[in-house]
Design a protein around this ligand. Structure first.
Ligand code: NCD
Length: 358
């Protein structure tokens, strides 16, 4: 394994192994304190971040390695127009592993196609965020003792919330999972996640706009922020921004062992008063993020086999054009358009970089 761009890059067994390693790190941190001595992590963050970047950086430091990178693209050659492909080739000369966050969907995939070191997607636009998913899975596993037989409610911005897309992708591998999608009409889960994950894996799910009515059935409530930065129409954001607020009062109708997760940052969708409820696990989730990223960095750096990343044989080049304004194909120099046929009958093609239908 070389890169983690999407959760599907990890098998179910690899995910369990990562969770086990993370649990071992929590128990015996000293054992791991020198494991990455002499290794460098490059954090290339083209988009704001607190938790993801700093947890990657502290993960590498706690493994005895060091960190280089940028947190503001204006201080990098991206501001001069350097492509993601060129930046990835350059960073491969300095570092041993890359964690990349971008507002452009598919940018980490392009990086992985050009880098000669492992690339981890630390969030690309409204698309995916696989390491947040590992954080979420570790938290569910620690708090509920299982990843099977759970009813999980996702509430808020399911359209642009990349953490939701990746976590649903991962949950499709576990047994007897019920998904409740709680969002206003305008922020429903994208079709590609519904068709390619929920429908394809025959997962049980229902869509509703009502948080209160759903609460008493949930084992896990995954709250999300309305993603202001991804709205093209700012008045729509203003209209939707306070659509769900979880309060201490609403928590009274939830199960006594339900857990509340949130990838954070919270804006106002969870009242601060909920924080003292023992079911509120979002700050524990933050702590878990560092341990699982330590496990991931270790795993990727241990794997000595060079597996060059290439797009699959089923990819069709330069026949269809992706219209998603946030797709990396819109800006990257001479990047071939690339699509996959995902539904023969309906003739649905999706961009391989951002998964949007073309
Ligand atoms: C999330 C993200 O960046 O997608 N945050 C995170 O990584 N912890 C969620 C968000 O920004 O709302």
């Amino acid at each position: 394994m070389r890169n983690v761009i999407d959760v599907v890059d990890l098998t179910k067994k690899e995910i369990y192994d990562l969770l086990d390693t993370a649990l071992d790190i929590i128990k015996k941190p000293k054992k791991y304190s020198n494991k990455c001595k002499g290794k460098k992590l490059a954090t290339l963050f083209y988009e704001p971040s607190t938790r993801t970047r700093l947890s990657f950086e502290s993960a590498m430091l706690e493994l005895g390695g060091s960190v280089i990178g940028f947190s503001d693209p204006d201080s990098s050659s991206a501001s001069k127009g350097e492509s993601v492909a060129d930046t990835s080739k350059v960073i491969s000369c300095y570092a041993d592993i890359i964690a990349m966050r971008s507002y452009q969907e598919g940018a980490p995939l392009v990086a992985s196609l050009n880098a000669s070191i492992p690339v981890i997607n630390a969030g690309d636009g409204g698309h995916c965020h696989p390491t947040q998913t590992l954080t979420d899975l570790l938290t569910i596993y620690r708090e509920k003792g299982t990843l099977d037989n759970l009813t999980i409610g996702f509430c808020g911005d399911l359209k642009y919330g990349r953490t939701v897309h990746s976590l649903i992708g991962a949950l499709s591998r576990y047994e007897n999972i019920n998904i409740v999608l709680i969002s206003p009409e305008e922020l429903k889960l994208p079709d590609y996640v519904k068709q390619d994950v929920l429908d394809k894996c025959n997962m049980r799910y229902k869509e509703t706009a009502d948080l209160e009515k759903s609460l008493d059935k949930l084992d896990v409530l995954y709250m999300t922020r309305i993603q202001q930065e991804r709205f093209t129409d700012k008045s729509e954001y203003e209209r939707l921004k306070d659509v769900y607020v979880l309060t201490a009062e609403k928590m009274q109708s939830a199960k006594s062992d339900m857990i509340v997760l949130h990838p954070l940052p919270r804006v106002n969708e969870i009242s601060v008063k909920v924080d003292s409820d023992r079911r509120a696990c979002y700050f524990k989730q933050v702590a878990n993020g560092k341990f699982v990223r330590m496990a991931l960095i270790l795993k990727l750096l241990k794997d000595k086999n060079f597996i060059e990343r290439r797009l699959g044989d089923d990819v069709i080049f330069n026949k269809h054009v992706c219209k998603n304004p946030r797709c990396i194909t819109q800006t990257e120099q001479e990047l071939d358009q690339a699509v996959k046929l995902v539904d023969k009958e309906k003739e649905i093609y999706r961009c391989v970089y951002c998964d949007k239908q073309v």
